[in-house]
Design a protein around this ligand. Structure first.
Ligand SMILES: Nc1nc2c(ncn2[C@@H]2O[C@H](COP(=O)(O)OP(=O)(O)OP(=O)(O)O)[C@@H](O)[C@H]2O)c(=O)[nH]1
Ligand SMILES: [Mg+2]
Length: 396
């Protein structure tokens, strides 16, 4: 008897190879899905490892054949014990059935050839032993490593524990007959909401210090005025930080667009009124710590005068997972209705996108990917985001 293992893309390929190598009488004794090693492999398509056996001389079986069969039993035993380390929960039940089927097939082959009663009994005993070993292995495997493996992979992508729990619970409730990675993508895509609207009217950017609000405003202004040919006005209320006004004024001058500084709440309405012929008015605000509720309340008074619900919270993708919730909670007072995630070029894992959007429960309007004005800003749809988060794509 010959036993061979094949790693193939589908069963058609396996059957062709088995027929070619082992002949028409070959039987498939085992099959299992495997992945390439590493995290990339986890999200790539599974391959199938097929073990097949053939009894080339089922007539006049000799002692040599019996020995060959014993050898192949040993080979199967080794393969199965190796397999137990990387088993998949969903395969457990079918495995017992498979083992029984394999044994029946093997026994039939031997019965055809082996006439001596004693040899058959010996083989039967051997098979029973093997069955016992396999059953004990399968029982151990019911505590599957798959969930732990999945959790570990998602952790490596910097997805936080709450998101992982949510993903895990939700993939278990998907009953469709699809691969695990497709289920993960489905759940993640459902968690990612993006802003499809056109930028228009008065738009305010708020967020912690240094996340890139002013640079993002300059990028948007450049994109809207230079590329989309729309009339854009810029307003800043950031008179707190030295150089902040000059920073935005420089961009406004280069792009030749109107620019106003609002020092007091009472100036806001006038500034907006002066830009009423603009298609879009972008308002830059002072970076504030979300923990300072006095400063946030002051900002709220300015924004109330701007009379818009087009408020975008800017958060950096490099924010520590633990800090995301306090930022979102602190800025909730400003009733932001979209999120901009910046500095994607400064990180190698993008789980924070998922963490931020899940906690904010608001659509993502833009992501920024570098310091270049106006180029490094873009809209991403949920499927692009999903690929990025799962490490199938990168920004640079
Ligand atoms: N790598 C990278 N740097 C960025 C990005 N966006 C902004 N920056 C840089 O981040 C720094 C801070 O940017 P600002 O636009 O001044 O940030 P801000 O939120 O307006 O800061 P405050 O007004 O002080 O709160 C600057 O050096 C920017 O060039 C980005 O997408 N990627
Ligand atoms: Mg700024």
């Amino acid at each position: 008897m010959k036993v061979r293992k094949y790693v193939v893309k589908d069963m058609n390929e396996a059957v062709n190879k088995i027929r070619h190598d082992l002949g028409q009488d070959a039987v498939i004794i085992n099959q299992r899905k495997i992945r390439k090693p590493g995290i990339a492999g986890f999200f790539s398509k599974k391959l199938i490892e097929v073990t097949a056996a053939s009894n080339n001389s089922n007539k006049n079986v000799t002692d040599k054949n019996t020995q060959d069969f014993k050898d192949s039993l040993e080979a199967i035993r080794k393969a199965v014990s190796k397999r137990s380390n990387i088993s998949n929960k969903s395969e457990d039940i079918s495995k017992i059935n498979q083992v029984e089927k394999v044994e029946k097939q093997n026994f039939k082959i031997m019965q055809d050839g082996v006439k001596e009663k004693n040899t058959s009994n010996e083989l039967l005993q051997e098979m029973q032993e093997m069955k016992n070993i396999l059953n004990s292995l399968v029982k151990k495997e019911t505590i599957s490593t798959t969930d732990n493996e999945l959790i570990q992979k998602l952790k490596e992508l910097d997805i936080d524990d709450e998101c992982i729990e949510y993903i895990n619970n939700n993939i278990n409730s998907i009953k469709d007959d699809i691969e695990d990675e497709e289920k993960i993508k489905k759940v993640i895509a459902q968690m990612l909401n993006t802003w499809e609207e056109k930028t228009t009217g008065v738009m305010v950017l708020v967020g912690p210090t240094g996340v890139g609000k002013t640079t993002t405003i300059a990028k948007l202004a450049g994109r809207l005025s230079l590329i989309d040919n729309r009339k854009v006005g810029l307003i800043t209320v950031d008179t707190y930080r030295i150089g902040a006004v000059e920073q935005l004024k420089t961009y406004a001058d280069i792009m030749n667009i109107p620019f106003k500084v609002v020092f007091n709440i009472s100036d806001m309405e006038g500034a907006i009124e002066s830009m009423k012929d603009c298609d879009v008015v972008l308002i830059d605000t002072t970076g504030r710590s979300s923990k300072n509720s006095m400063q946030i309340s002051e900002l709220r008074a300015f924004i109330a005068k701007a009379n818009t619900d087009n408020i975008h919270l800017v958060v950096s993708s490099t924010t520590k997972n633990k800090d995301i919730l306090p930022i979102i909670e602190g800025y909730k007072k400003l009733n932001f209705n979209n999120v901009i995630i910046t500095k994607l070029d400064e990180t190698t894992t993008y789980g924070s996108i998922l963490n931020i959007l899940r906690l904010a429960q608001k659509p993502l309007s833009f992501v920024t990917t570098g310091q270049n004005v106006p180029d490094d800003i873009k809209n991403m749809n949920s499927s692009e985001l999903c690929k990025l988060i799962l490490g199938e794509d990168s920004i640079c």
